[in-house]
Design a protein around this ligand. Structure first.
Ligand SMILES: [Zn+2]
Length: 275
């Protein structure tokens, strides 16, 4: 069961569900939008170095996913979680869930309940419209995650942000965190074409270190595939990957009808240390 808590500073009481609102015992109340999500973003948490995806970036991401890009990664994520016993009755939380595809896919595969958190309202609105059985929350997961202590079996962060102390707090004892980060050769051909550089820095080691010492690495795997993309898909990939893309980047794709692009992710499965 998803156990939401009140985001008001120094409150943190359980949030009860009403048809059109979430409400805590102290009387703090949060509207539930028509599409079904709730906005728990507090004024002090609005400031962020990561303002969240725009409506355009979110729409581009969904168009890519609707072509089947992401299916292979989703299967790999599902298999990794299933191998850890995540199944019916489990709760999965996705920090930085975007438009919700990976969380919804994992929950459908495994029969688990899901709570997706993202600071982007357009992303959460789109997620709530499509995946109605899951819980969708606008919040800044870099600050505070509005879920009860020890209420989550698995945390997902798919090229998302990492909040070690909050991940450890919301997880059950020995719960797991599954991170997907860009591998060094991720989108190498696209970066070469638009940025003039094809090597990406290795993010996996930094991700592992940012969770230490509260999590220990159990498994590290690589998921790579070659995507054969037409021009529209390349533009969507650019729009959904690089924030604030410059005109010159888009121009670099002019006249490119197709490109084979490597999609390459490191999958890191970490286990929370006993407190
Ligand atoms: Zn409250």
């Amino acid at each position: 069961m998803i156990r939401l808590i009140c985001p008001v500073k120094a409150c943190g009481a359980p949030l009860g569900r009403e048809p059109r609102a979430l409400r805590c015992g102290a009387g703090h109340s949060f509207d539930v939008a028509r599409s079904g999500y709730a906005n728990l973003l507090q004024p002090q948490d609005r400031k962020s170095t990561n303002p969240g995806d725009t409506r355009e970036a979110v729409a581009a991401r969904r168009r890519l996913l609707s072509r089947g890009i992401g299916d292979g990664l989703a299967a790999a994520i599902g298999a990794m979680l299933a191998a850890r016993g995540i199944g019916p009755g489990a709760v999965i939380m996705d920090a930085g869930c975007g438009e919700g595809f990976h969380l919804a896919d994992a929950c459908a595969r495994l029969g688990a309940a899901g709570c997706g958190i993202d600071i982007s309202t357009p992303a959460i609105d789109l997620a709530a419209k499509r995946y109605r059985k899951l819980t969708w929350i606008v919040a800044n997961a870099d600050r505070a995650i509005p879920l009860a202590n020890g209420s989550v079996d698995a945390v997902l962060s798919i090229t998302g942000r990492i909040n070690r102390d909050e991940f450890a707090r919301v997880l059950k004892p020995e719960g797991v965190a599954l991170l997907a980060v860009a591998a060094a050769d991720d989108l190498a051909e696209l970066r070469d074409a638009v940025l003039g550089e094809s090597t990406e820095k290795d993010r996996a080691q930094g991700a592992i270190e940012s969770l230490a010492p509260r999590f220990r690495l159990e498994e590290r795997a690589r998921h790579a595939e070659t995507l054969d993309l037409d021009h529209a898909a390349l533009e969507d990939l650019l729009a959904s990957t690089y924030r604030g893309q410059r005109r010159s980047q888009k121009d670099a794709l002019a006249g490119v009808e197709r490109m084979r692009v490597t999609s390459s992710r490191e999958l890191l499965l970490l286990r929370a240390e006993r407190k």
